[in-house]
Design a protein around this ligand. Structure first.
Ligand SMILES: [Ca+2]
Length: 248
């Protein structure tokens, strides 16, 4: 190979390795999540030191987080933890916190998959638990398939709820969200940030409603159980009556 070609080859190989390292992310999950119940252990999501965009990922397009819906499993929490050394000078001080707070918006890209073994999702809910943070622009999409159809997004301060036609198990779901700080810095926040413990806590979970065909079956089962109970009561009353007559 000629030197220039060799140099180009080496450069592209190095670039490829750097990109692969940047894209590499530890496998997360699968996570079981649903409304109610007690919270499951949180997952810490590093917010990279990137003053230009503050854009970061949970999962990746090639390494999605599978979420298995289960009633009563509890919301799962992400703790979005910024790099305390914001200006990358090797020390952590108030300049770092001021730089972090000077950035009005963080953007989180979430790459999920509807759990293969569970029911379809019909809703997705998120709430920021850390005070004084709220959602900016949010969106949801299903790469590779049309959807989600009949989408409604209900958004209020730290809460956002997505409602849509059922997304069947195995569907890939991308959720993109902006978050921003609406309060003023407190001494607790400063102390948490400087010790590397500050995190924006976000709770999230899907929900699912029974398929329409399942409802008549549930109704039949309940009627059957009620009839059995009535019959047992009649039998008991009849046998008590017979015993009373026998004693007379
Ligand atoms: Ca610093």
């Amino acid at each position: 190979m000629k030197p220039l070609v060799q140099r180009c080859f080496a450069a592209s190989l190095a670039l490829g390795l750097v990109l692969a390292a940047a894209g590499a992310q530890a496998q997360i999950g699968p996570i079981t999540s649903g409304p109610g119940g007690s919270p499951v252990p949180p997952i810490v999501v590093p917010v990279p030191q990137d003053p230009l965009t503050y854009e970061f990922d949970f999962g990746s397009p090639l390494n999605r987080v599978q979420v298995d819906y289960a009633t009563g499993a509890g919301a799962f929490e992400k703790w979005l933890r910024p790099d305390p050394d914001q200006n990358a000078d090797g020390t952590v001080d108030m300049w770092d916190l001021n730089q972090f707070l000077a950035q009005p918006i963080l953007t989180l890209n979430e790459y999920l998959t509807v759990g293969a073994g569970g029911p379809a999702w019909t809703d997705w809910h998120e709430e920021i638990l850390t005070p004084d943070w709220q959602w900016g622009v949010v969106s949801i999409s299903t790469p590779g398939v049309v959807g989600p159809t009949n989408l409604t997004i209900s958004q209020s301060g730290p809460k956002v709820d997505f409602f849509f036609d059922p997304l069947v198990p195995g569907t890939d779901v991308d959720i993109r969200k902006e978050l921003f700080f609406t309060g003023t810095m407190t001494s607790q926040m400063a102390s948490d940030f400087l010790s590397g413990q500050f995190a924006i806590r976000v709770a999230e979970y899907p929900t699912s409603v029974p398929e329409p065909v399942a409802l008549p079956l549930v109704g039949l089962a309940l009627c059957g159980a009620a009839i059995c109970q009535l019959r047992r009561r009649w039998d008991d009353e009849a046998s008590r009556g017979a015993e009373a007559q026998a004693r007379v």
